[in-house]
Design a binder for this molecule. Structure first.
Ligand code: FRU
Length: 284
């Protein structure tokens, strides 16, 4: 069991499942609707909790009805929220998700009126009791200060950094992480057409993973690429949070000093399992 701090966001996800992705200006009926807690860091912790770890979340919580629903679910998942900054004004980040029953794709419209975590609040945490620190790559200028603070105050604890979206200046953060967890979306937005193309421009002393959808996942270690094929899936029903699940699988194996190859295989299988079921319940 490891003690893991994840910093990012918690959201309310309103998920409408539709028979096929609607055309613009259409009106369609949802086949089903569910409302659940989401957010990359919170999803990753939810899976890590199922894998037996003690997770602490660092994400802004707003004292409104949705904030209470989200926090209750975090507690149900044994995720500790004591470090979360709490605000009395604003709105919890909310994602309106259209889930396509044909292929499990998820299209997200995200609304937020919620400040990001800042250094002053993060600094209040005693980092000495954590075995692993995980960060969502967001709020880049402030996160750079937070990562610098982690490196100055607890040099030895491993840091993973999720690079999911191409945010301005996000590349400045790379040097602070032991593990960079890249998405295909980021790689493609940066103009790379294959995982190899992107990973081989990283310095040889960087360690990284890059998921590439149904093709599989790639790793970068000692200047070499490691490839793990994705399990063949007959049907994808829900890909929402598959990347967050993959990241949890990687952290679970890496914190136990398993090899990159083994960690990639484990994380890919876990993410595949996630795609074959709705939500995250009983994933492990
Ligand atoms: C899935 C997810 C959702 C959330 C959205 C935020 O990866 O974390 O739960 O609404 O992404 O970007």
């Amino acid at each position: 069991m490891a003690v893991i701090l994840a910093t990012g966001i918690a959201t309310l996800d309103i998920i409408n499942e539709v028979a096929c992705y609607p055309a613009e200006d259409n009106e369609v009926r949802a086949l089903s609707q569910r409302i659940s807690r989401g957010g990359n860091a919170s999803n990753t912790l939810c899976v890590l909790s199922q894998l037996g770890h003690q997770g602490f979340l660092m994400a802004t919580l707003i004292d409104e009805a949705d904030g209470q629903v989200i926090e209750a679910d975090l507690h149900r998942q044994q995720i500790d929220t004591r470090f979360c900054p709490r605000l009395s004004e604003g709105k919890m980040p909310t994602s309106y998700v259209t889930l396509n029953r044909q292929n499990g794709s998820r299209t997200i419209v995200h609304y937020r009126d919620c400040p990001e975590v800042d250094l002053a609040t993060f600094q209040q945490i005693d980092l000495s009791s954590f075995d692993w620190l995980h960060f969502e790559g967001r709020n880049v200028p402030e996160l750079e200060k937070i990562l610098q603070h982690c490196r100055q105050n607890n040099q030895n604890v491993p840091i993973s950094l999720e690079i999911e979206k191409p945010r301005e200046g996000i590349e400045h953060l790379f040097e602070f992480a032991d593990w960079l967890l890249f998405s295909k979306h980021y790689a493609q937005a940066k103009g790379f057409s294959s995982a190899e193309e992107m990973l081989t421009i990283l310095p040889a002393n960087y360690q990284a993973t890059l998921t590439w959808g149904a093709e599989g996942a790639y790793g970068w270690h000692n200047g070499e690429i490691i490839y793990s094929a994705a399990p063949q899936l007959d049907r994808v029903v829900d890909s929402l949070g598959a990347g967050d699940t993959f990241n949890a699988g990687m952290i679970h194996r890496l914190v136990a000093n398993r090899s990159l190859n083994e960690s990639l295989q484990f994380a890919s299988q876990l993410a595949a399992r996630k795609c074959q079921q709705y939500g995250f319940e009983n994933l492990v």
